[in-house]
Ligand binder design. Structure first.
Ligand SMILES: [Zn+2]
Length: 75
């Protein structure tokens, strides 16, 4: 599964979305999903993506589709 989504007016792949959230390259990313929350800055729709930052580090990242807001939940 590799469904692209529009973020801040640009189409992104799951891996590209993860890189936007992290600010650096990631190893692999899962499919983008709708997060059950609204952006705390603009109230826009938030999407989430799980990705491997390293072999031992799985992260769930969140990104607003309308502004620069992003967050992560390290697991
Ligand atoms: Zn926002």
């Amino acid at each position: 599964m590799s469904e692209n989504r529009v973020v801040q007016g640009r189409m992104v792949t799951p891996k590209r979305l993860a890189e936007l959230i992290e600010g650096e390259s990631v190893m692999d990313a899962e499919a983008i999903e709708d997060a059950d929350r609204a952006c705390p800055e603009c109230g826009g729709d938030v999407i989430s993506v799980g990705y491997m930052l390293s072999v031992t580090s799985f992260v769930t990242g969140y990104k607003c589709q309308d502004c620069d807001w992003a967050a992560t939940d390290d697991e």
